[in-house]
Write a protein that binds this ligand. Structure first.
Ligand SMILES: C[S@@+](CC[C@H](N)C(=O)[O-])C[C@H]1O[C@@H](n2cnc3c(N)ncnc32)[C@H](O)[C@@H]1O
Length: 198
């Protein structure tokens, strides 16, 4: 992961996150690796269901420029108590980096993200996805049950870019890259205030 982080992810995280403004929700902050990339004009709610990860994220928050503007909550995206913190159409951006592969019910998650975003709000994705080629995709399908057990619930078979597009998000920027497996880097925009019914 360190090689991938240095060669591909760090610069992409920076490019995707440094210009964000307003209210931001980050899904599954992990150890807080994105915090250094936020500028000091954002207000971030970072959620993370693992208490161990959250403790590490708290340390990174202290060192980041956005520091006191990052509120951390020990919940997953599907936790109903999150609705007390986030009103409908209240967010300027939602950030998902290496998290759509792991969260439960990712189809429902993107619909919920659309509901939380303001019209024209942004959905940021930096994610590994299932290969677009049929033979590697079939292999990924085959090994996914074992992979998921070994890799903390991570799935190799998610098509998170397609999910966002099916949920009605407009593509502002999108590119793909490979590091052993396929990745997408994308900024989407919520176009209208009507919700998708995926
Ligand atoms: C591979 S880590 C990615 C961490 C970080 N976003 C990054 O870019 O490195 C996936 C994270 O998703 C979190 N996660 C798992 N289930 C989740 C859920 N239901 N809602 C939000 N985050 C979840 C995990 O605890 C883990 O910290």
């Amino acid at each position: 992961m360190q090689g991938l982080e240095k060669s591909h992810l760090h610069a992409r995280r920076s490019r995707l996150l440094k210009g964000l403004t307003g209210s931001v929700l980050e899904i599954g902050v992990g150890t807080g690796v994105n915090f250094e990339h936020y500028n000091n004009s954002v207000q971030v709610i970072g959620i993370e269901p693992s208490s161990g990860m959250l403790q590490l994220a708290e340390k990174k928050r202290e060192k980041s420029l956005a520091g006191t503007r990052i509120q951390l909550l020990n919940v997953g995206w599907e936790d109903p108590t999150l609705l007390q913190h986030i009103a409908t159409e209240s967010l300027d951006a939602i950030v998902c980096t290496l998290v759509m592969c792991t969260i439960p019910a990712s189809e429902k998650a993107v619909v919920q993200f659309s509901q939380w975003l303001k019209p024209h709000g942004k959905l940021i994705l930096l994610e590994h996805i299932q290969s677009p080629r049929s033979v590697p995709a079939a292999f990924q399908q085959f090994i996914n049950p074992l992979w998921r057990q070994l890799a903390g619930g991570c799935n190799l078979t998610r098509k998170s870019d397609q999910l966002a597009e099916l949920a009605g998000f407009k593509i502002l920027e999108k590119s793909y890259f490979k590091y052993g497996i396929s990745f997408v880097e994308a900024t989407y925009q919520k176009e209208v205030s009507t919700f998708s019914t995926l």
